[in-house]
Structure formats: C-alpha cells, structure tokens
Design a protein around this ligand. Structure first.
Ligand code: SAH
Length: 252
C-alpha cells in the first residue's frame, strides 16, 4: 500500500463550504492530523485515526504526518480556511525540507479551501474588490516591529487590509496598538468590518468607522477588514453593503 499526504482546507466553518476534493480525501484517509478544533470537524468512523494536537506544535504535527505517510498511511492534515494561508501547508514543507531525504518522494498534495478573508468579505459585499493585502497580526512567529512596518507601508499604498489573528488572550494590548497606528496613518473615516465566526451559527458582522472601532470588537474568531480610502458603505434596509470600487482614476 502506498501512502500519501494531503494538506486540506476545511473552509470557514460551514460544511457546505468544504470542497468536493477535500471531502473525497477525508473519505479515503486512514489518519487525520491537526489542531484539536479542526480535527473535531471531521466525522469519526471505523478505522480512521484522529491525531489532534495543541496549536503551538505545528512542526511536530507536520513531521508526524510526513512520517505516517512514509509508513504507507493515507494522511490528511487539516487546517481551517485555506491550508496555505497562515496555516499548515507551509509548516509541512518546512518539515519536509529539514527532514529525511526519502520524504521528498512522497505523494503530497495541497487542497485549497475558502479562506476567512474571502468568506468574510463575501458576507459584507466586496470590500476586497480592488487591491488589498493580508496581514497576520500575531507576533508568535515574527517581531512586532515588522507588523507595524507592514501596516504603515500598506496604509501608505492605500491597500484595503485583511487582518488574521487580530487578538489573542496572550496579547490583548496588541490590537489596541494596531488601531491607534491605523488611525494615525489613515485618519478616522475608513470603514472597517469585524466579521466573527463567519458561516457558523455564532456569526456576527459589524461595520464601523475606524474612529468607532474598539479592541474588544475582535477576538481570535474574528476577521477584521479595513477598507481603503475608496471603500464605500451602501445603507439599505437590513444589513449595509461594504464595497471597494474596481477602478481608480488616473492621477487620483
Ligand atoms: N487558514 C485559515 C486562517 C488561520 S489563522 C484561513 O485560511 O482562514 C486563524 C484566524 O483566521 C482567526 O484568528 C481569524 O482571524 C480567522 N478566521 C478563521 N476562521 C474564521 C471565521 N469562520 N470567521 C472569521 N474569522 C475566521
């Protein structure tokens, strides 16, 4: 029996947003590897081994998955959203590069998923309709000074910005500093979207101006999108629409 390794994205939460390819890989797998809440999204069945681990052990988890595949198991490493966006795919390739040469001959595939920023932006309208960037606000894997530098340069370039990992219990003050920096660079009038637990029963959407944004509007399940200077809000009965026009006039 020859093993394989699939690194799969489970999308933002709703089972209807899991791709057909990922569903098939999960059905063929012998082993599921991932962070506890993501592994919990895979239905248990006879013969399927679930390897759930804590969040801070990505490289161990990646090496475990590669080792299992090398022993002939059919392994799916699960991430939420897309596995290539601040998630397990890069961790698996880091472990592959550092690991035994034999691992390089393994059958490895990455199966995309709907990443949180796209699920969130679709709910609100089209805030990422023009140029944008995505920034992980966690300083677990990079220095805080680099986050601040990227925020300033993205603001200068007038990108819309999608923020992953805005706030954790370990760093409650970090997001307050981000909001202060953004108000300093962009002024108070930008539109901001706080999209929590998108596509789950706990989903909550809030659109506020940068002036009214507060640190406690975000937690670890929230995607934050800051509009560019051109992002507009359309008020209408029910929820408003946030969108960024596709064009910028010459000389603007
Ligand atoms: N690989 C994932 C991102 C992992 S980082 C993806 O592509 O979506 C984890 C961060 O993603 C969270 O802190 C939050 O900012 C965001 N996130 C993940 N799922 C979300 C959801 N359903 N709703 C809102 N934000 C979400």
């Amino acid at each position: 029996m020859s093993g394989w390794l699939v690194i799969a994205g489970l999308g933002p939460g709703d089972d209807a947003l899991v791709t057909h390819d990922v569903t098939e890989a999960l059905a063929d797998a012998t082993d599921i590897v991932g962070y506890i809440p993501y592994v919990a999204r895979v239905a248990p069945r006879e013969g399927l081994v679930l390897h759930a681990s804590d969040n801070r052990v990505e490289l161990d988890r990646a090496a475990l998955a590669l080792g299992l595949a090398a022993r002939g198991r059919r392994v799916v490493v699960v991430s939420s959203g897309d596995p290539g966006v601040f998630a397990m795919a890069a961790a698996v390739f880091e472990a592959l590069e550092a690991g035994p040469g034999a691992w390089r001959a393994l059958d490895i595939r990455v199966l995309p998923g709907i990443t949180a920023m796209l699920a969130a932006s679709a709910r609100a309208g089209a805030p990422l309709g023009h140029d944008f960037c995505a920034i992980n606000l966690s300083d677990n894997l990079k220095p805080w000074a680099l986050i601040e530098k990227r925020l300033r340069l993205a603001a200068e370039a007038d990108f819309a910005m999608a923020f992953y990992n805005p706030r954790s219990r370990a760093r409650p003050e970090g997001f307050a500093r981000v909001l202060d920096l953004l108000r300093d660079c962009c002024g108070p009038d930008r539109w901001m979207l706080f999209a929590r637990a998108v596509s789950t029963p706990e989903e909550e959407l809030r659109i506020v101006s940068l002036a009214d944004a507060r640190p406690d509007m975000a937690d670890m399940r929230t995607m934050v999108i800051l509009g560019s200077s051109r992002t507009r809000r359309i008020d209408r009965p029910g929820s408003p629409i946030l969108y960024t026009p596709r064009f910028v006039a010459e000389g603007a």
